[in-house]
Design a protein around this ligand. Sequence first.
Ligand SMILES: CC(C)c1onc(-c2c(Cl)cccc2Cl)c1COc1ccc(-c2ccc3[nH]c(C(=O)O)cc3c2)cc1
Length: 232
Amino acid sequence: EKFEITKEQQDFMNVILDAYNRHQIPPDVAKKLLQEQYSAEENFLLLTEMATSQVQVLVEFTKNIPGFLSLDHEDQIALLKGSAVEATFLRSAQAFSTKMPSGHTEVLEERIRKSGISEEFMTPMFNFYKSIGELHMVQEEQALLTAITIMTPDRPYVKDQQAVERLQEPMLDILRKLCALHHPGEPQYFARLLGRLTELRTLNHYHAEMLTSWRMNDYKFTPLLCEIWDVQ
Ligand SMILES: CC(C)c1onc(-c2c(Cl)cccc2Cl)c1COc1ccc(-c2ccc3[nH]c(C(=O)O)cc3c2)cc1
């Protein structure tokens, strides 16, 4: 059956979902969003802490994607570096639209709007957050979409793209079936999800510009962010 999820696909899905739920930004870090001051510097520091924590979460989640640790080690790094910003947009978008206690959503938006990011990047960023929110993804879809984003074969410097394709394709097949299962009235839902992945790629470009403008204003990042984003 085209849409029936097999036993092994269900087992695979449980591994991804379990990893996704186990690796989250620690509540004490997320809680800081509510506590600290509101200056641009304080907001930037807080968001830097969130991004650093998010990258650590991303690395742990990625290590749990079946097959990832069997890839060439340099390709593992290339996939993490190539997907870090997109995976963080997805994760922070999902936090905006679903999980966060309502107070956090406004606070996170407020801090992002006042952290030295220029106006021109706000529109595409918050349009993306809105478009993810409107999809009302279930947890399995969120976890799988994040894993699919990480396992994108055509990232810069990936040597064995076929090996990555072989890991991404089965996840796309499960996602297609999940969309039919959870959104029966919307035959185009799977296509809409894939459209978000295309929108994510454009955000990489805006993010690179954001980094440049922060650096020009002498904002500092953590060593982990410098390494994964190739800055300084
Ligand atoms: C270095 C900092 C300033 C930075 O640079 N770019 C971005 C940046 C930006 Cl704004 C936008 C998108 C991507 C990046 Cl990568 C950021 C800030 O990045 C993050 C902002 C928020 C979150 C995040 C993720 C999950 C969450 N859950 C909860 C919760 O309360 O449950 C709060 C929360 C926050 C993670 C990274």
